[in-house]
Design a binder for this molecule. Structure first.
Ligand SMILES: [Fe+2]
Length: 239
C-alpha cells in the first residue's frame, strides 16, 4: 500500500487542481472567508483515489467501533455512527498518515485558509474515519476543538437519502442549525471540503435510507488551537 507515495506528483487531480501550492489554494480564500467552507470536487486523480478508498474501507472493516450516545459537551446532541480513531489509523495504515502530513496538501490548505495550517497534537483526532449507514444515523450539531477539518468522501448516498452536511457560517450557536441561516450541501464520492470547524456550527443531517456515508477526515489546527492537547470529543468518539 505504499504505492500511493511512489507517485506523489500524480496524487491529486491535475485537471481540476493544476498545482497544489499555497498560491493555488489562495484562489479559494475569498470563498472560504465568506462561507467558512470550500468544496473541492474530485480532488484526487482516479488511481490514487481508488487506492485511498480501498485502504479506508479495509481499515474501517477491521477497526471501526459503533458509537451511540449524546455529546454532553455539546448540548446533548446525538451521535449515531461508527468511527475509527486516529490512533487505530496510524497503527494500521501508512498512506493515510502520510497523506495527512503531505506538504503539498498542507500548503494548498494554508492558501485556502489564509493562515498557517498545522497538524493537531491529539493523536485520536488527527485522521479519523466516520460512517453513517443505518436509517436515523446522525452526527449531531457541534463545534470542533481544532480550527479545520478536511473531509474526503469515500462513500456518499444520493442527496434525497439524507446525510448531507449542514452548517451556519460564522455561527457558534447550535440553535442556528435547522433554521433559514443554515446551508445544506451534498457531496459526491471523491469530493472533499475544507471547513473552519471551530467557528462554524455544523452537523450531518440524519440518514433517511440504509446507505453508506463514509468520510476520511483530517483535522488541522491554526495558531489559536495548536496548543490544545486533546479534543473534548476524542474520547467519546474515538476512545
Ligand atoms: Fe465536526
Amino acid at each position: 500500500m505504499n504505492s500511493l507515495y511512489q507517485y506523489t506528483s500524480n496524487l491529486f487531480n491535475t485537471t481540476n487542481y493544476s498545482r497544489l501550492t499555497r498560491e493555488a489554494g489562495a484562489l479559494f480564500h475569498q470563498e472560504f472567508a465568506l462561507n467558512c467552507y470550500v468544496k473541492l470536487p474530485l480532488f484526487f486523480n482516479d488511481d490514487s483515489f481508488a487506492i485511498l478508498k480501498t485502504e479506508v474501507l479495509k481499515i474501517f472493516e477491521q477497526h471501526s467501533r459503533r458509537r451511540d450516545f449524546n455529546m454532553k459537551h455539546e448540548k446533548n446532541t446525538p451521535r449515531h455512527l461508527s468511527t475509527v480513531s486516529g490512533i487505530a489509523v496510524a497503527e494500521h495504515s501508512q498512506i493515510i498518515p502520510d497523506l495527512y502530513r503531505d506538504s503539498q496538501l498542507i500548503e494548498f490548505l494554508c492558501g485556502i485558509a489564509g493562515t498557517q495550517v498545522s497538524l493537531v497534537p491529539d493523536p485520536f483526532d488527527r485522521h479519523v474515519i466516520h460512517r453513517l449507514e443505518k436509517i436515523g444515523d446522525v452526527h449531531g450539531g457541534h463545534l470542533d476543538t481544532y480550527a479545520f477539518a478536511f473531509a474526503i468522501f469515500i462513500e456518499s448516498p444520493p442527496a434525497e437519502a439524507g446525510g448531507c452536511l449542514e452548517f451556519v457560517p460564522h455561527s457558534m450557536e447550535i440553535s442556528d442549525l435547522d433554521t433559514p441561516l443554515a446551508k445544506r450541501v451534498g457531496h459526491n464520492v471523491g469530493d472533499c471540503y475544507l471547513m473552519k470547524t471551530n467557528k462554524t456550527v455544523h452537523r450531518v443531517v440524519p440518514l433517511g435510507e440504509q446507505l453508506k456515508r463514509t468520510n476520511l477526515i483530517f483535522t488541522y489546527a491554526d495558531d489559536e488551537t495548536i496548543n490544545i492537547n486533546m479534543s473534548y470529543s476524542s474520547q467519546p468518539l474515538y476512545g
